[in-house]
Write a protein that binds this ligand. Structure first.
Ligand SMILES: [Zn+2]
Length: 286
């Protein structure tokens, strides 16, 4: 049996040894902006895609998704193997975006009081909430829901854009990691694309009543401050299905939906994915 295998090995070596290594294929650079979720395509059959060395899932038809951090500057390298076995690469050039920056005097920044008594009960509750949010976003899934074109989860004015940030003098506060849609309390909130409900809980200290939808391949939506939740964890929701209603629960100054979109932990801007919002339909009888 061992002897039989030898001629086969020699024959294989003769074939592969004779062929020169397939050339590297370099494609045009891709362009993206800070905070963007980039959904693009490679030629069908491309595989082993990496972004600066980190594996990125690519579908059999070549479709892939990448989230760009709000503060990333420069270029990243996409590398993959083509259907015919060549190694290929393409640069991803990220352009900066102008963010809404609100500059306030440094004196308005109230420093944390080191002598303030710790609220251990609150700290424990908060730690448990953060752990639940993190766990809900960390479940890997191969659902193809992310490929659907997005719809608005609620109709209303955008009251705060993704990436907005306050500065107290030179000290930046954390930037706004989602998009706020202001609308009356009770306005239905729908799934922008299909998803699996990974968390339906609350009210949390900051997020209020929260629903997290998993759209597959690391993309998830968090809907915050809801007055009401209409879904349960584990449920699959269709695009446009009501998941709850706009409210002002948690840390909120008025009824609005905070929609946070993340790709494998990278916060991205949902607004860029949305079609133009249709004007509200005229009310009957007017
Ligand atoms: Zn918000």
């Amino acid at each position: 049996m061992r002897l039989l295998a030898l001629p086969l090995l020699l024959a294989t070596a003769a074939i592969t040894g004779a062929a020169a290594p397939l050339p590297v294929h370099v494609a045009e650079p891709l362009a993206a902006t800070q905070g963007q979720i980039l959904i693009a395509s490679l030629p069908a059959g491309s595989h082993e895609l990496t972004l600066d060395g980190t594996p990125v899932h690519v579908e059999p038809d070549g479709r892939f998704m990448i989230g760009i951090d709000r503060d990333f500057a420069g270029s990243m390298a996409l590398r993959w193997v083509t259907k015919d076995g060549r190694s290929a690469h393409r640069m991803l050039n990220v352009t900066a975006r102008p963010w809404d920056i609100d500059r306030l005097p440094a004196r308005l920044l109230t420093p944390a009081d080191p002598d303030a008594p710790r609220n251990l009960e609150w700290e424990a509750k908060r730690a448990a909430e953060v752990a639940q949010v993190r766990a809900a976003r960390a479940i890997p899934s191969d659902y193809p829901f992310w490929r659907a074109p997005f719809r608005w989860p609620a109709t209303g004015r955008i009251s705060t854009h993704f990436g907005s940030q306050r500065f107290y003098g030179d000290t930046p506060a954390s930037y706004h990691g989602g998009m706020d849609i202001a609308a009356p309390s009770g306005t239905p909130v729908t799934a922008p694309i299909p998803g699996v409900v990974r968390l339906a809980a609350g009210p949390f200290s900051l997020e209020g009543n929260i629903v997290i939808l998993d759209h597959g391949r690391g993309l998830s939506s968090a809907m915050l401050h809801l007055s009401r939740i209409d879904v349960a964890a584990g449920q699959i929701v269709r695009q446009g299905e009501v998941i709850g209603a706009i409210g002002s629960t948690g840390r909120s100054t008025g009824p609005h939906l905070h929609w946070g979109l993340t790709w494998n932990g990278v916060r991205v801007d949902p607004e860029a994915l949305l079609p133009p919002q249709l004007p509200p339909a005229p009310e009957a009888g007017r």
